[in-house]
Design a protein around this ligand. Structure first.
Ligand code: E4P
Length: 215
């Protein structure tokens, strides 16, 4: 499973890339607003920091405007994947962009029928938001299970990119189900790594090493 970082913060992205953990980046307007830089500058900087897909979201919501903004984003850097909302004009734009060989990530997916339409339109990725479903007392991971089952029946090229991940169990479940990718906030990454037995074991090894005779 590919692991992406869901962040607009160049410091976080560089740190995650240095750990060797990360295959790509997803951003959204909320994350870029937090980062506090103009979008083009932020996306260009992120693309230089990682050799992998970097999702940059359009703000437009009508077909022509999404196309124009999407094409402009894709010209920033070859790593850019144009993130498009799951609305009718978004799907139309995804269809056109995919014919122009511009990669797309269809975002704000909350149902299997929405995901199917994204795949039919030729999206490179579809992003089901599991944490936001959990927030409404729906089991977000059930959506991923449904999508993986549907995908197993067909030959869609669209990758299932598990988004709105909140904690390590989401990552484990996504991997067990065979999702193609998951995008995780920076603060989840150390929690994927940390285990008290690793820390205790390391402390004991270093302590015991004091008794190794010196040459
Ligand atoms: C995905 O591409 C989105 O940026 C993200 O995962 C949204 O997550 P949130 O629900 O934590 O905002």
């Amino acid at each position: 499973m590919k692991l992406f970082i869901d962040s607009g913060d160049i410091g976080e992205i560089r740190e995650a890339v240095a750990m060797g953990a990360i295959d790509g980046v997803t951003t959204n307007p909320t994350l870029l607003a937090k980062a506090g830089k103009p979008t083009r500058k932020a996306i260009a900087e992120i693309c230089e920091a990682i050799d992998g897909p970097v999702s940059a979201e359009v703000l437009a919501t009508t077909y022509e405007a999404i196309l124009e903004e999407g094409r402009a984003l894709s010209r920033i850097h070859p790593n850019v994947v144009v993130k498009v909302p799951l609305v009718v004009d978004g799907l139309k734009a995804v269809r056109t962009l995919s014919r122009e060989h511009v990669r797309t990530n269809v975002t704000l997916c909350f149902s299997p029928t929405q995901a199917l339409l994204a795949a039919k339109a030729g999206a490179t990725y579809v992003s089901p938001f599991i944490g936001r479903l959990d927030d409404l007392a729906h089991e977000g991971m059930e959506l991923i299970e449904q999508l993986v089952n549907i995908w197993n029946n067909y030959d869609f090229v669209t990758e299932i990119l598990v988004a709105s991940v909140r904690h390590p169990v989401h990552v484990v479940q996504a991997a067990l189900l065979g999702a193609h990718a998951a995008t995780v906030p920076f603060e989840v990454i150390p929690r994927l790594l940390r285990h008290p037995l690793t820390d205790i074991g390391l402390a004991r090894f270093l302590q015991d090493a004091q008794d190794i005779p010196q040459e």
